[in-house]
Each structure stands twice: as structure tokens, then as C-alpha cells.
Design a protein around this ligand. Structure first.
Ligand SMILES: NC(=O)c1ccc[n+]([C@@H]2O[C@H](COP(=O)([O-])OP(=O)(O)OC[C@H]3O[C@@H](n4cnc5c(N)ncnc54)[C@H](O)[C@@H]3O)[C@@H](O)[C@H]2O)c1
Length: 439
């Protein structure tokens, strides 16, 4: 999308650079490889690199920046995917790229910036071990180094963006941390952080308009039997429910599940995730419950975390593409939570913080056990739709185009069931101007 690659293409021959090989960030090299890219991911903690290397999610490891770029450039020339862990600080890597005119097409960051002063972000110039010692012995000095490092990090990204790099904040509160460290120019309005920042968050630019506004979000399931064969059966069942010709989003998710086995994505529980919209999620859930009922698979637990259409109010992440001024409210997450409780989901969560940090968001999620009962069917029919369409409605009231068309389509197909969503009325600017002029 950002690089002008056609829908059926992939990232072969393109470079993605980021940082962090931890709990969630560790998925970046694997994801980049699946997408065909050449990826360099900086990580200061050698033990984290080793975990991902031994798992097969990182192909090459080096502590030499020049070598990292050389390996990436070779793979790009050969149009082969490659994932490279650079053992070192992301700021050193980016400053090298600026100095040596290295072209980075896609750039992000996944250090734990939601907790920079608690050790989530390792300042440039100190080793990982030294950072741990400072954190313990000299918090003041540590904070000072973090601020300086974030300033240098920002300057390097600014120079790369000026040279054509597409940088996006991946919901780790990177831009908020840069702002809090004293870089006011990163704020969009130049005064405070209320209107967001100069570069897009991945929700503003990608996830919001392409997924959340349509109702696409994470549909997750865990095969409680712990049997791998159950996971394989549910994969096939999920694929049967997806219409690949509907939208590119459906095709991507079909391909994702089709290749999940080959990509060896399970690291613990027999669990899977794919993105679907309201009806897509409901159809798969009902199908799974039917499979449990027929004894084809053991019980299944559905899950949905905060990173979704309706469950979370987070102006710096999930709701950052809501521009009607309501992005600072926390009503949607509360309504979603209360509605899911009332409709009988097995487990409903609402909490503060999450990945963007305490005080910056209200996050919600749910769990639903499919035991094959008719009761579970009834709960799914009410709760799954509530769980998704509440957020689509809110996005539509905020005048997000794809959300408005989704609600319009929804109303056309659900009129008989009494599940209508109020649509926003768009004022005709010329009509209003005329009235004012007349007045
Ligand atoms: N958008 C989302 O849906 C989403 C999902 C998961 C996580 N996140 C966010 O992404 C961030 C990372 O999550 P995680 O679970 O991987 O955290 P983590 O703490 O397990 O991993 C972060 C890694 O970054 C490394 N690191 C820190 N500073 C560095 C630096 N300057 N240079 C190179 N490496 C450095 C750390 O050593 C660590 O291994 C968090 O802020 C989290 O909230 C966002």
C-alpha cells in the first residue's frame, strides 16, 4: 500500500527495519519473512536474540551494522526474504543508515516505550548489562540517558523520513515517549499531544481505515484439548467460512490460515488468530461450536484482546483514527464490556494501561468457552455482534468513511431482525453556508 506494491505482490526486494525481539516484538522478523521482506531488527539483549534464533524466527545474527545491511541488500537483490537480528542499539543502527545513505523503506519501533523509565527502552551508548545496573543503582542518570537517546532516535528518524522512509508508530507509545522526553516538535499541533503526532500511528494509517472501520479484528481461539489435530481441523473450518473474493482483507486472512502450519507459528498452546469482521467472526464461532457439539473437536475457548474495533479507548492507539473529538472519552470500552457481560460471555475483562501505559487507555477483552451447547450458540449470536458493531457504530458516528458504508450495508441486511444502527447525518456545507449568509 505505502510502497505501491500491487495487491497480489509481496515485500520481496524491500527493506523493513525495526527494533525489539521480546515477547511481542519478537514476531517482527517472522512476520517480515512471511511477507517476503528483508528485515533488520535491532535488539540489545542477546538472550532475546537467542530465543528467536533457536525458534527459527530469526535467520541471521550479527553485531556488525555494516554486515547487517550487506546481508539485507544481497537478499533484496536476489528477491529473497531474510530476517537479520542486529545485536545492538536501534539508535546506532539508524544513525549509521543516515550517515551512509542507506535507504530504509519501512521503519518502525517495538521497544517497550510504554515504560521507558522502567527499563523498557535501553539508552544508546550503554550496554544492556550497564542499563540494568543503572536502572537499579542510579535512576536519575538512567532517565537522563533515556531522554538523550530518544532525542537522537527522533533526529535519525526525521532524517530518514526526509529521505523517503515510511515510519509508523506500532502502538508502543514511541512518539508519546519522545514527546514526554521533551521533543515538542513531534506534536502535531506544536502545543500539546491532544491532536497526536507528526507521523502516523499504524492505527491512523493502516489498521483503522482498512480493518477496524469495517469491523475486522482479532478472532482468536484455543483448542482446550491441547491436541494439534484439533487445531488443524479448526483451521480448515475457519477457511471454509471465509469468502476470499469479498475483500483483500479476507484473502489475506485466508492465506494466513492456509499457511499457518507451514509457518510453524504455534509456540505453546494450540491457538490461532485471524482477522474477521462481525459476521465473519460469528460464522466461524458457530461453526466451531457445532464441531464441538458433534464431537469432532474438544472444547474451544474463543478470545479477543484489547487490540480491536470496540473493546478499547486509547487515543494514542486503537482509537487514534477517531477524529470527531470523542477520542479522549472512555465510553466505548465500558459499553462493550457491560454489553458482553449482560449477553453472557464466559470471561469479560476491563482494565487500565495495556501496551500504551497506565493512565493512557481503557482496555477490554473477552473469553468465551464453546462447549457445544445451544446456550453457547445463543450467547454468540447476541454477544459477538455487539462486541464488534458497537465500535463500528462509534467509528461511523465519527464519520469514518469505511465505517459509514459498513453500517449502511449492515442496516440493509439486518433490517428484518431489528438490529439497526443509527447513522450519522452529514451536513451539506453549502446549504449551511447559504443559510448563514441569508441570516
Ligand atoms: N500494537 C500492538 O498491538 C502491540 C502488541 C504488542 C506489543 N506492543 C507494544 O510493543 C512494545 C514491545 O512489546 P514486547 O512484548 O515485545 O516487549 P518486550 O519488553 O518483551 O520487548 C522489547 C525489546 O526491546 C529491546 N530494546 C529496548 N530498547 C532497545 C533499544 N534501544 N535498541 C534495541 N532493542 C531495545 C528489549 O531488550 C526487549 O527485548 C511494548 O511497548 C508493547 O506495549 C504493541
Amino acid at each position: 500500500m505505502k510502497l505501491g506494491i500491487p495487491a497480489e505482490g509481496d515485500l520481496r526486494g524491500h527493506l523493513f527495519v525495526s527494533s525489539g525481539l521480546g515477547g511481542m516484538s519478537g514476531a517482527q522478523p517472522k512476520a517480515a519473512e512471511i511477507a517476503g521482506a528483508a528485515a533488520i531488527i535491532a535488539e540489545v539483549d542477546a538472550s532475546r536474540i537467542e530465543t528467536r534464533r533457536s525458534q527459527g524466527w530469526v535467520q541471521e545474527v550479527t553485531d556488525d551494522i555494516e554486515e547487517a545491511f550487506r546481508l539485507a541488500e544481497k537478499a533484496m537483490d536476489e528477491k529473497k526474504p531474510i530476517s537479520i537480528a542486529y545485536h545492538g542499539n536501534i539508535v546506532d543502527l539508524l544513525e549509521y543508515a543516515v550517515k551512509h545513505n542507506k535507504k530504509i523503506e519501512l521503519l518502525s519501533d517495538q521497544t517497550s516505550c510504554h515504560a521507558v523509565y522502567e527499563g523498557g527502552y535501553c539508552p544508546v551508548g550503554v550496554s544492556f548489562e550497564e542499563r540494568t545496573r543503572l536502572l537499579h543503582d542510579d535512576q536519575e542518570k538512567f532517565n537522563e540517558l533515556v531522554n538523550k537517546s530518544l532525542h537522537r532516535h527522533y533526529d535519525a528518524i526525521k532524517a530518514l523520513v526526509a529521505d523517503g522512509t515510511y515510519f509508523f508508530d506500532y502502538g508502543n507509545a514511541f512518539m508519546k515517549s519522545v514527546y514526554d522526553s521533551g521533543v515538542q516538535e513531534i506534536s502535531k499541533n506544536g502545543i500539546d499531544d491532544k491532536d497526536g503526532f507528526i507521523w502516523p500511528s499504524y492505527v491512523e494509517d493502516i489498521m483503522g481505515p482498512m480493518l477496524f472501520d469495517f469491523g475486522y479484528g482479532p478472532f482468536r481461539w484455543v483448542c482446550l484439548s491441547g491436541k494439534h489435530e484439533d487445531l488443524v481441523k479448526t483451521d480448515r473450518a475457519a477457511m471454509d467460512c471465509i469468502d476470499v473474493n469479498r475483500r483483500g482483507q479476507d484473502r489475506d486472512n485466508y492465506n494466513w490460515i492456509r499457511d499457518a502450519e507451514k509457518n510453524a507459528l504455534v509456540v505453546g498452546t494450540q491457538a490461532r488468530i485471524l482477522y474477521q469482521d462481525a459476521m465473519g467472526r460469528l460464522n466461524i464461532a458457530l461453526k466451531f461450536n457445532d464441531m464441538v457439539r458433534k464431537g469432532e473437536v474438544g472444547p474451544i475457548m474463543l478470545g479477543r484482546d484489547h487490540h480491536d474495533v470496540s473493546g478499547t479507548d486509547s487515543p494514542f492507539r486503537e482509537t487514534s483514527n477517531i477524529k470527531d473529538g470523542s477520542n479522549v472519552m472512555a465510553d466505548m470500552a465500558i459499553q462493550c464490556f457491560a454489553g458482553n457481560c449482560a449477553r453472557g460471555m464466559s470471561l469479560v475483562a476491563l482494565h487500565n494501561g495495556g501496551g500504551v501505559g497506565i493512565g493512557k487507555s481503557i482496555n477490554g477483552g473477552f473469553g468465551m468457552v464453546l462447549d457445544g451447547s445451544d446456550r453457547a450458540d445463543e450467547i454468540l449470536k447476541k454477544a459477538m455482534l455487539w462486541d464488534v458493531m458497537g465500535g463500528v457504530a462509534r467509528r461511523s458516528w465519527a464519520r469514518n468513511e469505511n465505517a459509514m458504508s459498513t453500517v449502511c450495508e449492515w442496516n440493509d441486511s439486518h433490517a428484518d431482525e431489528g438490529l439497526m444502527i443509527t447513522e450519522p447525518f452529514i451536513a451539506n456545507d453549502d446549504y449551511i453556508k447559504n443559510l448563514i449568509n441569508k441570516g
